[in-house]
Design a protein around this ligand. Structure first.
Ligand SMILES: Cc1cc2nc3c(=O)[nH]c(=O)nc-3n(C[C@H](O)[C@H](O)[C@H](O)COP(=O)(O)OP(=O)(O)OC[C@H]3O[C@@H](n4cnc5c(N)ncnc54)[C@H](O)[C@@H]3O)c2cc1C
Length: 381
């Protein structure tokens, strides 16, 4: 029997979601080739129901690889933060930052399409099943099945961008006992490019302006999420209205989907010649829309280091070190907000109200939070 032919690539990226595609395109912009592979067909990304709030900084990065979906992006001009049945609120306004917007809301599918439009035909092996990964000190050998054919690919660097991990001993999981029910609704009157983050004892409720609609992220304990998923449209709007209050009315809810929520943190980002980026490295609660923004910065930083320093142990170690503060900051920020705000404890409610008031009255504190939303890592001291 003859040995199988081994194909060589410098960098193999497993997972052609938005983070994997961003890495491929950022490397290509610097003249470095890589090969993407995904277990699903490319059309699968078009079925994802999520809308993503992207920071102004994310827009700037995506523009550099011609992947900013201009016409599909709705600017956020103000963000209103409040708590249900409690005092205190904060308003963050783009006018304070001399920016066109604090951030943007984009459908996952439109972002994926904008990125995929820049891929060359031979850069993606779709519908590919990985059969084995054999890592060593100089790279990895990957056996896979594509179009019914067995292939063996040898790479100097294997990047994992497979999205939220399943059971994996290298990933710590902290369950929030919350599910996000998402859908689009029509606001009456219009949304005026305002996003709302409303904290309730069940979990945060976010309304993100998207075209003429609001994209709703309605966070609830699992049993209540079951009930809300089963409601007819009128009853669903009533449940949403009860959580949000009466400042605005909602109509015409679209199709609902749900996502169980947990914090998943991988213990290491780099192991010999393997690197983990995006949701497979860290999956956060969607409160304050940090997840993809963080994964995008993973991809960007990795591309910059590889283009600048090449592929070797030192450059990969420097990548791991460079991401520590941003990912820990993002995980801590979202985790603390969820745990501090998702309860009905009277003293905490009072403290939260004071905090929201304080943020509103103290421009320096408000600007710190706003900078985190606008720039992500660059906002940390
Ligand atoms: C309800 C909700 C709302 C959110 N809102 C926001 C927001 O407002 N802002 C924000 O920044 N983030 C938000 N997020 C987070 C955001 O969706 C993720 O951070 C982002 O999608 C991660 O991208 P990714 O490319 O890492 O993973 P994914 O988008 O999951 O893509 C992973 C890809 O890898 C492929 N794959 C998986 N396993 C394999 C395998 N074994 N072999 C080959 N291919 C494989 C998959 O088919 C897929 O194409 C939200 C998340 C949720 C659940």
């Amino acid at each position: 029997m003859t040995d199988p032919v081994v194909e060589n690539v410098d960098i193999l990226i497993v997972g052609a979601g938005p983070v994997g595609m961003t890495l491929h395109l950022a490397l290509a912009a610097g003249g470095q080739t890589s090969l993407l592979l995904d277990r699903r067909p490319p059309e699968a990304l078009q079925a994802d129901p999520r809308a993503l709030a992207l920071s102004h900084g994310a827009r700037e990065l995506l523009e550099q690889i011609n992947s900013w979906p201009t016409r599909a992006a709705t600017p956020i001009e103000t963000i209103h933060v409040s708590q249900k049945s409690g005092f205190g609120r904060t308003l963050i306004d783009r006018a304070d930052y001399a920016l066109p917007a604090l951030g943007y809301v984009v459908r996952y599918r439109d972002l994926a399409a904008a990125l995929a439009a820049n891929l060359s035909a031979d850069s993606l092996l779709a519908e590919t099943e990985i059969l084995d990964i054999a890592p060593d000190d100089d790279g990895a050998t990957v056996s896979l099945r594509h179009s019914g054919r067995l292939r063996t690919i040898r790479c100097q660097l294997l990047v994992h961008a497979e999205g939220t991990p399943g059971n994996d001993p290298a990933v710590s999981v902290s369950d929030y006992s919350q599910h996000a029910v998402i859908c689009e609704v029509t606001p009456i009157p219009g949304h005026g490019k305002r996003a709302w983050e409303r904290f309730t004892p069940d979990g945060p409720l976010a309304l993100l302006p998207l075209g003429d609609e609001y994209s709703v992220v309605f966070t609830l304990p699992p049993a209540r999420a079951d009930a809300v998923m089963g409601l007819d449209d009128d009853a669903f709007v009533a449940a949403l209205q009860a959580q949000f209050g009466q400042r605005m009315r909602f109509a015409k809810p679209g199709q609902r989907s749900r996502f169980p929520l947990a914090l998943r943190l991988r213990d290491t980002l780099v192991k010999r010649r393997e690197v983990w980026i995006g949701n497979t490295a860290q999956t956060l609660h969607p409160v304050s829309g940090q997840g993809f923004n963080l994964g995008l910065r993973d991809a960007w930083q990795l591309a910059e280091i590889l283009l600048d320093q090449g592929i070797h142990g030192d450059s990969l170690a420097s990548y791991g070190a460079s991401r520590r503060l941003d990912r820990q900051g993002g995980a801590l920020f979202t985790d603390r907000i969820v745990r501090l705000f998702s309860n009905d404890c009277a003293p905490l409610k009072f403290a939260r109200g004071l905090g929201l008031l304080g943020l509103d009255l103290c421009p320096a504190a408000r600007h710190f939070v706003a900078a985190r939303m606008i720039w992500g890592a660059r906002a940390w001291p």
